[in-house]
Design a protein. Structure first.
Length: 152
């Protein structure tokens, strides 16, 4: 029988509201088991999973990607140190990619501060690598499409 934590206990331990934990559960961040009475019970690894998600969100990563990292943890046993180290390594690489992308944007910002055109077609800061063209013909952002990375 799985003892585990109730959702209220997990809320107390994590500092999150019960509703927030349910939200994270909906997105696959925590994965409670059921006790004999059919009630959700959370493991210690769920606390770690929540911590990981909160940190990753603060770094600006979308929940779907965070859930993707967590989905690589074993489902049939509690994750061990090696499992978490594997996740950390993969995530560290993603952070390095993000830092490089932000540095590239920062470098372009210098030129754009002097320019100020914010051209939908030409500004590499507003429309890097002409992402808007991938959405179709015409002034895509004016037609309601959102720039990459701003869809939520
Ligand atoms: S503001 Fe003119 S190119 Fe970015």
């Amino acid at each position: 029988m799985h003892q585990g934590l109730t959702i209220g206990e997990l809320a107390n331990r994590s500092g999150l509201a019960v509703s927030a934990i349910r939200f994270y559960e909906t997105h696959g961040i925590v994965r409670p088991l059921r006790n004999q009475g059919g009630h959700r019970r959370y493991g210690r690894s769920d606390l770690r999973r929540l911590s990981f998600a909160l940190i990753a969100q603060r770094l600006g990563f979308p929940l779907a990607e965070i859930a993707g990292h967590l989905a690589t943890l074993p489902a049939d046993r509690a994750p061990d140190r090696q499992d978490w180290e594997r996740i950390a390594t993969g995530f560290r690489n993603r952070i390095a990619e993000r830092i490089a992308a932000l540095q590239a944007l920062s470098d372009k910002l210098d030129g754009c501060i002097g320019c100020g055109c914010l051209s939908l077609d030409k500004c590499s800061l507003y429309n890097p690598e002409d992402w808007a063209a991938r959405k179709g013909q015409g002034p895509r952002y004016l037609m309601g499409d959102r720039p990459e990375g701003t869809d939520g």
